[in-house]
Design a binder for this molecule. Structure first.
Ligand code: LLP
Length: 444
């Protein structure tokens, strides 16, 4: 699979360009480390989900909304892109909600998530009129019902269902097995009881059900199985209560390729397979199809992004098993990409600022933080002559990079710039030393 976004090229001089911008120019203008988002690629990926799912479900005269999961990466300009591409937006906190609103996303196209939403988040969501709140517990059902009645509004809700389908890359990003914090269990009957509670609550309007089975999922079978369980639950509830349940959300989790030998779950395949799976449950049950929604995050933002670093120190370290490894230390690290240390994620990196005829050697890209686990790319082949001042680009860092960045070791979080047609614009500016010192409260 190609790991770089679609506009990435290498000129005759071997220099990498993205969105028509030479990485050396980007680094000179914006500094490094730098997150670069290929705007056209980002939009095309969003549109591909929209178009394939619309076509696949349209064959059954059903509608699908695509909610971009903003946790992958959100900036107000990105919310604007999603609005323009006719997508909806998932937010998972007050902060994400405010960014989405600033970007002009209509509130009715926003969904609010969270397993432990604060009262101010719920209040704000109700007062701006978000389209759906995905309720995650009996406590939340009570709190939200009371708030809605107090405010004189009706809260549109989906119940988050834990289907028991276990899928995804790493234990910490799989979300629909039983023993974890999200959702209400299908198997134990908690989901059904929560749906009843919402159905009965005067302050709530139960629109339907939601599930998200995990992240970085390659298996289409997992999506099929969860759709099957969700639709059976919906049918049983409708038969028992006469409720309409017009919406079903099947969540996100579509896998992307982080390395050249990895595979992705493309919307052009997934959409038709999932629609067919839905048809095989819906056809025998009969009745009108609900309006479906999905919530891809990584598959839109991930491959559209890359990170540019400047190489500082390089070192050859002898390995116990023989041979050696070239350590390439760059000016960022686990503060701008914690995914390697958190999930054992793999990445692909290349020297981006020149061509090298030197042989490739087993290398490890590391950061500048004070721990040995500060690894960005565990194993990658880089030229033996990789040296101080080279720019290094790491592919597919657009999702869960800036959004999970920290200021560990008082690092300054990098800027995010969008590139398109030979121009760049800042989406999120770099932290400054002044920012850092302003967060610190000096004593007397
Ligand atoms: N919907 C819900 C309710 C979610 O919780 C998530 C992700 C998504 C959609 C989007 O999933 P995606 O399509 O991006 O896989 N920090 C981890 C990923 C955590 C995902 C959390 N929820 C990582 O870097 O891999």
């Amino acid at each position: 699979m190609p790991v770089w976004s679609s506009s990435v090229t290498r000129g005759d001089d071997g220099v990498l360009a993205v969105g028509g911008m030479d990485v050396r120019t980007l680094a000179a203008e914006h500094g490094t480390p730098l997150y670069v988002v290929d705007e056209a690629d980002f939009r095309v990926r969003a549109a591909a989900f929209r178009d394939h799912f619309t076509a696949a479900f349209g064959r059954h005269r059903a509608k699908v909304d695509v909610f971009y999961a903003g946790k992958a990466f959100l900036a107000s300009q990105v919310a604007g892109w999603m609005r323009e591409e006719d997508l909806c937006l998932d937010v998972a906190s007050r902060g994400e909600l405010e960014i989405a609103l600033r970007g002009g996303m209509p509130p009715e196209r926003i969904g609010l998530h969270g397993n432990n939403k604060a009262e101010d988040e719920l209040r704000r969501a109700l007062s701006v009129g978000v389209g759906r709140i995905i309720v995650d517990s009996f406590t939340e059902i009570e709190v939200l019902d009371a708030l809605a009645r107090e405010m004189g509004v009706t809260a549109p809700v989906l119940v988050r269902v834990t289907t028991g389908v276990h899928a995804g890359g790493h234990e910490y990003i799989a979300t629909s097995h039983e023993d974890q914090k999200f959702g209400l269990s299908l198997a134990s009957g908690a989901a059904y009881d929560a749906m009843l509670a919402c159905h009965d609550a005067v302050g709530l309007n139960l629109l339907g059900i939601h599930t998200h089975i995990g992240s970085q999922i390659l298996s289409i079978d997992a999506f099929r199985e969860s759709a099957d369980r969700m639709l059976r639950l919906r049918a049983a509830f409708m038969a028992d209560t006469g409720a309409a349940l017009p919406e079903v959300d099947l969540g996100g989790g579509y896998a992307i390729a982080y390395t050249e030998d990895a595979e992705a779950l493309e919307p052009s395949v997934a959409a038709y397979e999932i629609a067919d799976a839905v048809a095989s449950v819906m056809d025998p049950i009969g009745g009108e199809w609900p309006r479906f929604s999905i919530e891809p995050g990584r598959a839109i933002a991930g491959p559209a992004g890359l990170t540019v670093y400047t190489v500082g120190v390089t070192k050859d370290v002898k390995l116990d098993e023989g041979g050696s490894r070239q350590y390439v230390a760059v000016d960022g690290g686990m503060s701008d990409n914690p995914r390697t240390i958190m999930y054992g994620a793999e990445y692909h990196a290349e020297v981006a600022s020149r061509v090298s005829d030197a042989p490739l050697t087993l290398s490890r890209v590391v950061g500048k933080h004070c721990e040995s686990g500060d690894i960005i790319v565990r194993d990658v082949q880089l030229p033996e002559d990789t040296r101080r001042g080279d720019l290094l680009a790491v592919a597919a860092t657009g999702a869960y990079g800036r959004s999970m960045a920290s200021t560990y070791n008082a690092a300054l979080r990098p800027a995010v710039v969008a590139v398109r047609d030979g121009a760049s614009k800042v989406l999120v500016r770099r932290d400054t030393l002044e920012d850092l010192l302003s967060w610190d409260v000096a004593g007397d």
